[in-house]
Design a protein around this ligand. Structure first.
Ligand code: CP
Length: 323
C-alpha cells in the first residue's frame, strides 16, 4: 500500500540558495524542489523562446573535473553560457593542471576562487565536495564525489519524472543495475523518500544497494522490494531507472566481468511494460539498454539529458543570487 504523505507542501517564493554550496540532496525538501523545478521550467521556456539571456553576464564558473564526464561538464558549461556567463573548463583531465604536481584539493579550489564566482567539482573520493566547500569562499557544486552523491543528476532525474508523468507521488519506481556504486541511485533514492512512492531495487548480489541506504528506505516506511530479475518488476513499474555497472569502482575486475552484462533492456522486455512507463538512464550506457529501444516513445533518457541543462541553469542562477 502507498504510504500517506501530507498534501500540504508549503510553497517557497524567495530563492533559498543564494551563496549556497550544493553538496547533497539532503539540502532539498519538497518546497525547495518545487521552487527549483518551477525555475527550471522557466529556463526551458526562455531557451526555447530566446535561446538564452544575460542573467549571469560577468559571472564566471570553473568546471573542475578530476574524473571523466560528458553530460555533467558540458551541460553545466552550456547552462552558464546560455545565461550569458563565462566558463573555465578544467575537464580534459587535471593532469594538465598543477594537480599533477601534487597540488591539494584545498589549494586548488582556493586558487580557482580567486578568478571565479562558482566552482563545479567532480572528484573520485566520497566527501571531496564537502572538503572543497570547507576551504572555498565561493559556492561549490558537487558534480559527483566517487560512489557518494551526484545531487544535480538526482534533481534532473526527479524533474524528468515530474515532467514525463505529471507527478511523483503514487508512482512505482524500479532501479536496475549497479546499486552499490551508482551514486545517481543513492541521491535519487534519498530524494524519493520524501514522496509517496513504491520502490524496487534490481541488481546482481555483488552490487546490491548499500545496507545503510536500504535501512534508511525501510525506516521511511516506503514499500520496497529487492530482486535480481527485471522480469519481476517490468509490468509493475511506472519508471525503470537503469544504470551502468561502474567498472572504475571495482578493485577486482574479475567481479566486474562477472556482472557487466547482467541486464539488457530490449524491445522484447519493453513489450511487457506498461504503455505509460518511462525508461531512464543517467548515461553513459555500455550495453544496459539496446539501441533498438531508443525510438520507443517511453525511452526518456535523451529528454532526461536535455532537462539537465535547465536544472543546472536554475541552480547556477540560484546560487549566484540572480533569481
Ligand atoms: N550522468 C552523468 O553524470 O554523465 P557524465 O559522467 O557524462 O557527466
Amino acid at each position: 500500500m502507498l504510504r500517506q504523505i501530507t498534501d500540504q507542501v508549503k510553497r517557497i517564493d524567495v530563492n533559498p540558495f543564494p551563496g549556497a554550496d550544493i553538496l547533497s540532496v539532503s539540502q532539498f525538501d519538497r518546497p525547495r524542489l518545487e521552487w527549483l523545478f518551477a525555475r527550471a521550467l522557466e529556463m526551458q521556456d526562455m531557451v526555447k523562446r530566446d535561446g538564452g539571456s544575460d542573467l549571469l553576464r560577468h559571472k564566471l564558473m570553473v568546471a573542475l573535473f578530476y574524473e571523466p564526464s560528458t553530460r555533467t561538464s558540458s551541460s553545466f558549461i552550456a547552462a552558464m553560457e546560455r545565461l550569458g556567463g563565462s566558463t573555465v573548463p578544467i575537464t580534459q583531465g587535471v593532469q594538465y593542471s598543477s594537480v599533477s604536481k601534487g597540488e591539494s584539493l584545498p589549494d586548488t579550489v582556493r586558487t580557482l576562487e580567486q578568478y571565479s564566482d562558482v566552482i563545479v567539482l567532480r572528484h573520485p573520493e566520497i566527501g571531496s565536495a564537502r572538503i572543497a566547500a570547507d576551504y572555498c569562499r565561493k559556492p561549490i557544486i558537487n558534480a559527483g564525489d566517487g560512489a557518494g552523491e551526484h545531487p544535480t543528476q538526482a534533481l534532473l532525474d526527479l524533474f524528468t519524472i515530474q515532467k514525463e508523468l505529471g507527478r511523483i507521488d503514487k508512482l512505482r519506481i524500479a532501479m536496475v543495475g549497479d546499486l552499490k556504486y551508482g551514486r545517481t541511485v543513492h541521491s535519487l533514492t534519498r530524494l524519493l523518500l520524501q514522496y509517496d512512492v513504491e520502490l524496487a531495487f534490481v541488481s546482481p548480489e555483488l552490487v546490491r544497494l548499500p545496507l545503510d541506504l536500504m535501512n534508511e528506505v525501510r525506516k521511511s516506511g516506503i514499500s520496497v522490494e529487492e530482486t535480481y530479475h527485471v522480469a519481476d518488476v517490468i509490468s509493475w513499474a511506472d519508471v525503470l531507472y537503469v544504470t551502468r555497472v561502474q567498472k572504475e569502482r571495482f578493485s577486482d575486475l574479475s567481479q566486474y566481468e562477472e556482472i557487466k552484462n547482467f541486464y539488457e533492456i530490449t524491445p522484447e522486455i519493453m513489450a511487457q511494460a506498461q504503455e505509460q512507463m518511462i525508461v531512464m538512464h543517467p548515461l553513459p550506457r555500455v550495453g544496459e539498454i539496446a539501441y533498438s529501444v531508443d525510438n520507443d516513445p517511453r525511452a526518456a533518457y535523451f529528454r532526461q539529458m536535455e532537462n539537465g541543462m535547465y536544472i543546472r541553469m536554475a541552480i547556477l542562477a540560484a546560487v549566484l543570487g540572480k533569481l
